[in-house]
Design a protein around this ligand. Sequence first.
Ligand code: GLY
Length: 352
Amino acid sequence: METLHVHLGARSYDICNEPGLLDRCGALAAPLLRGKRCFVVTDSNVAPLYGQRVLDSLRDAGLEPRLLTVPAGEASKSPAMLAELWEQLAAGGVTRADSIVALGGGVVGDLAGFAAATMLRGIDYVQVPTTLLAQVDSSVGGKVAVDLEAGKNLAGAFYQPRLVLMDAEVLNTLPDRVFSDGMAEVIKYGCIQNADLFARLERLGSRAAVMAEITDITTACCDLKRQLVEQDERDTGLRMLLNFGHTLGHVYEKAYHYERYTHGEAVAAGMVAAARLGCRLGYTEDGVEARIAALLAAFGLPTEISVTRADCEATMRLDKKALDGDIRFIFLRQLGCAEAVRLPLDTLLAQL
Ligand code: GLY
């Protein structure tokens, strides 16, 4: 089993990664949990695939699990669904010693994590991510949230899990488009922090080849994220490097009303555009844009999404990295090396 330890003082935890781990999640989680009762929050896609295995494993370890299933899809990441979960937890007699197991992709992890952060002012939770995107990104680092009418993830908290359990076998049931969605974030780690990972992905070049080495690859990604989270848990500095491709990615997602492109697809095109802008503004080495575009295309991801300048301006002025007419934009110096640069938003917009 690959194990990483996220060092965050009293909020430290392990990330355990092994094919077949789903059947051992009870044995791994039980020693960390104080109460016997645990609420497995999942969605209507994941429940029929993996719900019973997780319940059996938790029961075999002496825990008393209950399944709470929300409808699959982003619409469940809402204040209304959060309130419904609170009510279900309260009706189930939750105490501060009890826990939540978040079994699913990013929507379930963010929603269940936020329920854990707020129920009784905080109960323990375990992340069991079932998508590639959740395994390499959202399950690690403690960002939990729900969406508001005004925008995504606007109500949330930093609340670290007690444990993250990853099982690569669950990725086999993902549709290709959902797998590629996660590959955009995998490729992002290569871009910002690890040129060897980037070159390895170039050599692999297909889902099947990546799956042959997937546990090692997802562990490498989590290790890169671990290092940033340990240095900047609350996202005020270094952790922002994880936003490479995301400033424009958010523009694309929003311009198409979050319907046409997945998050990973929008980030993919955002990374290519960020490399191009970096080259034009003298931050990024020549040739980086072409390599990123070729790698993304190999995994079926878009390399260009067209939007108007007005779309860019409107979304970027509201970006969390915007400051008094400036924006902190993540540029690559070269593959494997990223930097946050503060520059006037107008300078950036003029290059689009
Ligand atoms: N997904 C970006 C972060 O966790 O900071």
